[in-house]
Design a protein around this ligand. Structure first.
Ligand code: TRP
Length: 450
């Protein structure tokens, strides 16, 4: 196989590389998915496992994806191809492309809900701002055809950003907006302390109650860790292919994992006190955050402004993530099949659009279509997050741990002579033994074998 050498974009600075990577990982996964998964799976105990998985699996796997992407400067399929030495490992890459399409399908729907809430808050004359009955409000928003419209609008915005190219589009947004989102989240956490359910909410999320752990909890916590860190499908690999040689991989992995986890914890502090204050159930599922937040905003002074600001930032955080998910299939199509980047963007957005329309309708007209007992939205989420991401992660850790040449790894991790040698040894040990066996054990646990 020969490769066309194309001149590829690179991120302009080390800061941009970190900001963009954090931008990919921080998104709806932290603010929408984490609270509802934690709520369904027992709060504190879930958080504990989640943080454990981020450290034990997340950081080593981030390093593994980074080194494959940066060293080969390729998309996920191409990276495996260049390093596999004639074995068929690039199939893992195809799996990643498939998972990215599933993820983007339901992700765009949630981003569409967010967009609708943003527009409603700007309109402010609606019941959203009064927050009287957020549940029926949400039900009326998600049933019917309206979510489809918002999903399509969001996808169009995503398409426009993608057409701007990697550097211009993504970099600018991440650099400016991520810090603002962070500040706003802290403000909401401070506001949480004024709510009557503050203690109860904090207890729920920070004191682990192991009796609430069920068979699926470990798998869900692991799936959430992969999802939130954009791991397992080559998302981080694809981004790392735009890093310069100066980017320090282990440090970037550490910063990304810490900030991403911090944002999830902040989201927990923001949501759970409100859940208890307003007498809601933490087990509401994917709709949780959208039912809770309007009530929080309605009791804050200047609630409409907060609401606009929050949903605006959430739309943007989603956008920095959807751009990164889209990049997986676009870079694959344009580099492996010889399509132009423009055509690749059109093809991949078109395929995802079909998936996201199905997901958008699955809380409305397709409500009763339940393949494997779940609606399409939940099915896509479950298959991608709890099955494909961990499998992809396991394959990547085995590949980097066992198959890749040590000289390559020493170069990527900047090991010169003895300097940094031990860190690399620990990393390789984790990738060879700990990550694959932990993932395997959790799968066996989930299906009831252990
Ligand atoms: N991590 C992002 C979030 O938390 C979602 C995401 C972006 C993602 N790129 C990905 C998930 C690649 C899996 C794979 O919102």
């Amino acid at each position: 196989m020969t490769y066309k050498i194309k001149s590829r974009a690179v991120f302009a600075s080390r800061f941009a590389a970190v900001a963009t990577t954090v931008g990919s990982s921080v998104g709806l996964g932290n603010i929408w998915r984490f609270p509802y998964e934690a709520g369904e799976c027992g709060g504190g105990a879930f958080l504990l496992f989640y943080v454990g998985f981020v450290c034990l699996l997340g950081v080593p796997l981030l390093c593994a994806e980074f080194c494959m992407g940066r060293g080969t400067r390729s998309n996920v399929v191409g990276a495996y191809r260049k390093l596999e030495g004639g074995r068929p490992w690039h199939i893992v890459g195809y799996l990643g492309v498939l998972a990215s399409v599933l993820i983007l399908s339901f992700y765009s729907v949630v981003a569409g809900w967010t967009l609708e809430y943003l527009v409603q808050s700007v309109g402010a004359a609606t019941s959203l701002s009064s927050g009287l009955d957020a549940h029926s409000e949400f039900v009326s928003l998600t049933s019917g055809w309206r979510p489809t419209l918002w999903t399509v609008i969001f996808s169009a915005v995503n398409y426009i950003v993608l057409s701007g190219g990697v550097k211009r589009g993504i970099e600018r947004m991440s650099n400016i907006l991520m810090p603002i989102l962070f500040v706003i989240l802290v403000a909401f956490c401070i506001n949480s302390a004024t709510l009557s359910g503050f203690r109860q909410g904090i207890d729920f999320i920070f004191s682990p109650d192991f009796s609430k752990i069920t068979r699926g909890t470990l798998l869900s916590a692991m799936g959430q860790a992969f999802f939130s860190l954009s791991l397992g499908v080559g998302g981080m690999m694809t981004y790392a292919s735009y890093f310069t040689d100066k980017t320090r991989l282990i440090r970037t992995a550490g910063i990304t994992a810490s900030l991403d986890t911090l944002v999830a914890v902040l989201a927990g502090i923001m949501i759970f006190p409100a859940v208890f204050t307003y007498g809601l159930s933490p087990q509401a599922g994917p709709t949780l955050v959208f039912e809770v937040l309007p009530r929080v905003f309605s009791q804050m002074p200047g609630g409409i402004i907060w609401s606009i600001l929050f949903f605006m930032l959430l739309v943007i955080a989603s956008l920095t993530s959807t751009v990164s998910i889209s990049e997986i299939s676009i870079s694959y199509l344009s580099e492996e099949t010889g399509m132009s980047r423009r055509l690749a963007t059109v093809v991949s957005s078109g395929v995802v659009l079909i998936g996201s329309v199905l997901c958008a309708l699955s809380y409305g007209p397709l409500r009763d279509w339940l393949p494997f007992g779940m609606n399409v939205f939940n099915l896509f989420d479950y298959v991608a997050s709890n099955i494909l991401l961990p499998i992809g992660g396991m394959a990547c850790s085995i590949f980097v741990g066992w198959m890749i040449d040590k000289v390559y790894l020493r170069k990527e991790f900047g090991v010169i002579g003895k300097k940094g040698g031990n860190t690399l040894k620990i990393l390789v040990f984790c990738l060879r033994w700990i990550c694959p066996s932990a993932i395997l054990l959790i799968f066996l646990n989930a299906i009831g074998i252990i």
